[in-house]
Design a binder for this molecule. Sequence first.
Ligand code: ATP
Ligand code: MG
Length: 342
Amino acid sequence: MADGDGVSEPVKRDLGVLLTGVGKRYDIVSAFAQHARVVAADPNPLAPAQYAADVRVPVPPIDDDAYVPALQELCRAHRVALVVPLTDLDIEVLAEARVAGLLPALVPDPEIARATYDKYEAHLLLERHGLPSPPTVLPGEQPPYYPVIVKPRRGSGSRSIMRARDARAVEFLASYIEEPAMVQKAMDGPELSIDCLADLDGRCLNAIPRTMIESRGGESIKGTVVDDRELVELGRRVVETLAVRGPCTVQVFHDSQVGLGITDVNTRFGGAFPAPMYAALPGRTYPELIVRMAAGERIAPHVGEYRAGATFTRYYWQLELDESLTPTGRDIVAPPGPPRPR
Ligand SMILES: Nc1ncnc2c1ncn2[C@@H]1O[C@H](COP(=O)(O)OP(=O)(O)OP(=O)(O)O)[C@@H](O)[C@H]1O
Ligand SMILES: [Mg+2]
């Protein structure tokens, strides 16, 4: 069936979607669970987001040989049509498993998964394809600008990211973080992110930019969806150049000296899931489109079709669990649900 008039079907389909590394991402799991039977897999038995799923199962650690076979078994048991990773950590493993025909994973090819997990490789890849990336060197090389940002090549969650004013500071910080590092121009302008979705053939379906007003530990906690055609087009170019499959978030800065530069490409949902949810037109939220693709539908691209203007501001929630780690259903906040407009 072709993409119709964008009207949402409120039915929960009889197909399984396996979400890995669900962690705290309750909003993502819950959004999928409105459209499909969701199996949440996380090695941590206290991962809160698993409680939004239909089925919750602990799995072995990603680097364990039993990880992929455990996911295969879940796919068989729950008739899973797509496996969607929610963190960076297993994208490469899933990409290899996809190529080997072991798992129906919604991830890019292994080379792209590897290159985007390593931010220095990502910089080289972007440059090779004529996509804007800030001036970036390795420790020991002379950067063209100061100040610079010293950060781990394979970092996530904003871990060990520091600013350096000169070569001595770079040398100290690069050895201090005790893992391979890179040195990038400290971009001085506003930071934005573009939340994109690609289909199973690497065609961009949509790209939705937002501001990054405040972030904490890799999660964007305040932001506004913006109508910025240059960023929409940049998101589409990144997705289609790299032939990404599924969700992809592109982080960019405007800089007064070098202009627009991409500082990170994550081939998974970004740290501000509510933004593209609020902005999507009816029937076109990313989880719903992914479930429709899992059901075999071909979705027509609708790049740039969204509502700008919505702002999100996020807060913590919690679940009370009994001795057997089952939710009690009690809450300390009343009334339940979001506040009414006043
Ligand atoms: N070149 C840069 N110039 C200025 N700030 C930067 C630069 N690189 C990174 N940062 C700051 O550090 C934050 C995290 O950077 P980056 O995305 O590269 O790391 P990460 O570990 O993947 O973090 P996250 O999970 O938050 O995306 C960015 O959101 C930005 O605020
Ligand atoms: Mg990042």
